[in-house]
Design a protein around this ligand. Sequence first.
Ligand SMILES: [Fe+2]
Length: 237
Amino acid sequence: MTIAIISDIHANLEALERVLAYLNENKVDKVFCLGDVIGYGPNPNECVELIRDNCQAVLMGNHDYAGIGIGDIQNFNEYAKLSTFWTRGKLLKENTQFIKSWPFTYELETSYLVHASPKSPSSWDYVLSVNDARKHLKTFNQNVCFIGHSHVPVIFSDSEYYRKKELVLEDNNKYLVNVGSVGQPRDGDPRSCFVIYDDETNKIDYIRLEYEIQKTYDKIIKAGLPVFLAERLLKGY
Ligand SMILES: [Fe+2]
């Protein structure tokens, strides 16, 4: 079975539509979303509704939790705070209710899904190094845990990290796979990023897709959101 894992859409409709069209064309069996569907971007409702209609499950991200008024924004930077207030004002009641139902973790037979980290899903810890990864690798039963949150695509084992377009995971090893970000990549490549996982061959494929960034850029400016949030999309930071 082929499973697409997408994350960190951040209310970027153009990016999400491009990714979903690709998944449809390529007949991927199932799609899961690791959260942060909203925050930063100009189309929170449209993105929540597309995720609802196209994903088997969607997990709670820190921006989703803040957007529905539950999550703490004390640790958010000024751009994140501003966009959270903006998002709260736009989010439709039924979409707020839907987000409230999203779980913090989700288990599949061969993989574990969480927005930030498996050890303490609601602490929103970042896993940025092999050292960080070691604290988490024993906290799930499957061989692989998919994460998002940092917006940087990378795979960690307990001894190495991999920045590759594809990787076949070893059966007797454990991995944290950061799938990157659909709507706000931060690895210097502005193209949307996500993973397709084949749970029979154990192969991870990173997909990068161009989308109409200028259209999203213009919407961010028109909405009165910070210019920085538009500029960063152009260069992927
Ligand atoms: Fe995010």
